[in-house]
Design a protein around this ligand. Structure first.
Ligand code: A2P
Length: 267
């Protein structure tokens, strides 16, 4: 009984917060929002540990925060994995349920990890778009970069819906709507269904198809900065591609031309 009770105690390093809204996009993807503890501070683009009470043991996984640093609620975007230790349970949460949020958000997909530049590329696949949902609603993003290009590559069209919604939300946002409408470009590509632009983001950069779609110049470390978020294979391939083009990797302690990260959710 003692063991059973202990697992329902909120760990010292976490807040218990109430889920407000849950939205399912496909059988593999869902998004949810929860209340924000008044003392919880983070930078747009960071991730935090998320967990549930009541399992066999407290289990926390890293999730990118998909809402901006100024918002009064926290948003997340997740895959569902049937046998995933956390997402097999997390996918069933409903409004009013309690979840755990770690007290120490962190991460490198933050504006302070990049040197000043003109164009900002936010390159994402799948749920890797989540930190960019935060950054495209942060006014600092538009103050620091005159052009912001968010690319989202998925397998199928149904998986693009969340990205389309967050772009529309940014463009109609009272705080950043005007800047987002003028400065934000959204480029989508699919790899397993027909689409205007087809293929992996790595191939679209190599072939130049991405820049043709933008009617813009190819990547140049003189004025371009890049943030990358997706699967570990995608991160590795895009990192190699950036390094080959003489982009230097950045960190908050040493800002550079590009940064990579991923939320370590169940794979
Ligand atoms: P593909 O369909 O060719 O595997 P997932 O849902 O598996 O995370 O994939 C999301 C998207 O990321 C898919 O369109 C997938 O393309 C693409 N992708 C997978 N691996 C890589 C990689 N190494 N580099 C770039 N894109 C990738």
């Amino acid at each position: 009984m003692a063991d059973q009770a202990s697992i329902n105690v909120i760990p010292n390093n976490a807040f218990a917060v109430t889920v407000r809204n849950v939205r399912h996009y496909t059988d593999r993807l869902f998004a949810f929002t929860c209340e924000r503890p008044p003392s919880f501070r983070f930078r747009s683009g960071e991730f935090v540990m998320i967990g549930l009470l009541g399992g066999e043991r407290p289990l926390m996984r890293a999730y990118s925060i998909a809402s901006p640093a100024w918002d009064e609620e926290l948003a997340f975007y997740s895959i569902k994995v049937a046998d995933g230790p956390l997402t097999s349970r997390l996918q069933h949460i409903q409004a009013g349920d309690q979840i755990l949020i770690g007290r120490k958000p962190t991460g490198t997909l933050v504006l302070d990890a990049l040197k000043p530049g003109r164009r900002l590329f936010l390159l994402s696949t799948g749920t890797g778009i989540a930190p960019f949902a935060s950054l495209i609603r942060d006014p600092d993003t538009y103050e620091r970069f005159s052009e912001v290009v968010l690319t989202h590559t998925c397998r199928t069209a149904a998986e693009l819906a969340y990205g389309e919604e967050i772009i529309a939300a940014a463009k109609s946002d009272p705080l950043v709507g005007e800047a987002a409408s003028a400065q934000l470009r959204h480029i989508t590509s699919l790899t397993r269904e027909p689409h205007r632009l087809e293929g992996r983001i790595t191939d679209l950069i190599e072939s130049g198809a991405l820049f043709d779609a933008l009617n813009g110049e190819r990547l140049d470390p003189a004025g371009d900065r890049i943030m990358i978020c997706g699967s570990s294979a995608m991160l590795a391939d895009l990192k190699a591609l950036a390094l080959a083009r003489h982009f230097a990797e950045g960190a908050v302690s040493d800002p550079g031309d590009f940064v990579i990260e991923r939320a370590f959710v169940d794979k």
